[in-house]
Design a binder for this molecule. Structure first.
Ligand code: CAA
Length: 375
């Protein structure tokens, strides 16, 4: 690929509330160390009834899209938490970001892999049309249901990336990918929770990684992180594992946000950008994406000199710092309300669920159509 194409800007959003996993461990009668040490997770982001994949995508994209609207003519919205089997979630987001009518908007699905597939397709698109930009959004609610083995590996959040020629953050290289149909995870029609065989999913993650993993040493590799210690499980199959110090930096954000499905790999990259002790300028970072069902892809990104100017770090820190801890009772009430909301054709969001810190919120569902408000 002659033209340098990749991530020109990247940002992140997670809802304003979390559950500390010590609280979940106590309620479920499980040793806290299983969650905090065995799975490496500290907190999980909890979605409010006034938020969904569209509002999270809007919050993540809003800052980096400003001033870029006229160049963006492709939006790829990657999610496995879709609420509509026909209309793309990105169509709801399109007017609220002030995007052009001359813009293709598509929803992309393949479990947690779709954002990587969308990124690679967007890179190819911009390589052919270097004056254009693409917006890739991943937005997901990882919700397995109460008292399930997956309950501790939940979370919610979105990543937004602008893909452009001569990118400021990182040049994206083509990857090695592998697809095989495996029954480890699926979400049945009409259900807001997936059916998951957790042990098979971990085995398949590692088996597929072995098919695409590099056989040369990398100083840095970010892994899809449904829970933090999955990165260690993947790292240990590499012929040249990455250093523990790097893995630790790559796990900090995921351990306090939880699984955000499609965005988890890119949250790991942001974690490195926010916590690396050494400069990353000119460094190549390996990226392993896994989506149950299953697809795996290994690719790498080369960090550009100006990357720090193209990432809204202060906004990301503010979103994390502004979060509040939910009590266990609030967690139960919020997630019961989430399940109720997802099944309604008509629903009005109670004002008590709308925080003044939200720049976008879901107001209501009317005959199945969602109404959003931009403050
Ligand atoms: N102190 C320290 N560690 C402890 C402990 C204690 N008191 N008690 C248990 N542990 C350790 C266990 O030894 C285990 O570590 P190892 O795997 O290294 O041995 C770890 O804690 C977890 O314990 P279990 O395996 O017993 O946990 P579990 O059976 O309850 O379930 C899970 C774990 C399978 C991840 C489950 O949470 C789940 O199904 N999650 C959803 C599926 C998932 O995340 N799969 C990951 C791969 S698929 C994917 O990546 C796509 C995606 O995003 C979903």
């Amino acid at each position: 690929m002659a033209q340098k194409v990749g991530i020109d800007a990247i940002s992140f959003y997670t809802p304003g509330a979390f559950l500390d996993l010590a609280v979940l461990a106590k309620a479920r009668g499980v040793e806290e160390a299983k969650y905090k040490v065995g799975l490496g997770q500290d907190k999980m982001g909890i979605i409010s009834p006034s938020e969904d994949i569209v509002t999270m995508g809007l919050e993540a994209a809003y800052d980096i899209v400003q001033g870029q609207q006229s160049a963006i003519d492709l939006v790829l919205f990657a999610t496995e938490s879709g609420f509509d089997f026909s209309k793309a979630a990105g169509i709801y987001l399109h007017p609220l970001l002030g995007l052009n009518a001359q813009c293709r908007v598509l929803e992309v699905k393949q479990a947690c892999y779709a954002a990587t597939g969308a990124l690679q397709l967007a890179v190819q698109y911009v390589s052919l049309n270097p004056q254009k930009k693409a917006l890739v959004i991943s937005s997901d609610i990882a919700w397995y249901g109460f008292k399930t083995p997956g309950e501790v590996t939940q979370g919610a959040g979105a990543i937004a990336m602008i893909i452009a020629a001569n990118p400021k953050v990182a040049v994206v290289q083509p990857g090695q990918f592998y697809t095989e149909s495996i029954p480890d995870f699926y979400r049945p029609l009409g259900s807001e929770v997936p059916v998951v065989d957790g042990k098979l999913s971990i085995r398949t993650y590692r088996d597929i990684f072995k098919k695409v993993m590099p056989n040369k040493p990398y100083e840095y590799i970010c892994f899809h992180q449904p829970f933090a210690t999955m990165a260690n499980k993947a790292n240990e199959v590499l012929p040249y594992p990455v250093a523990e110090e790097f893995l630790t930096e790559s796990k900090i954000l995921g351990s306090i946000v939880g699984n955000i499905y499609n965005g988890s790999l890119f949250l790991s990259l942001l974690s490195v950008f926010m916590h690396a002790k050494k400069t990353l300028r000119g460094k190549t970072i390996g990226m392993f994406s896994y989506g149950s069902g299953s697809i795996g892809e290994f690719f790498d990104v080369t960090v550009q000199n100006d990357h720090e100017k193209a990432i809204p770090f202060s906004r990301i820190r503010q979103v994390l710092d502004d979060r509040r801890a939910l009590s266990f009772g609030e967690y139960e009430r919020w997630m019961n309300e989430f399940s109720t909301k997802e099944r309604q054709l008509n629903y009005a969001v109670d004002a008590s669920y709308i925080s003044p810190k939200q720049r976008f919120y879901l107001k209501s569902i009317e005959q199945g159509h969602r109404l959003y408000v931009k403050r």
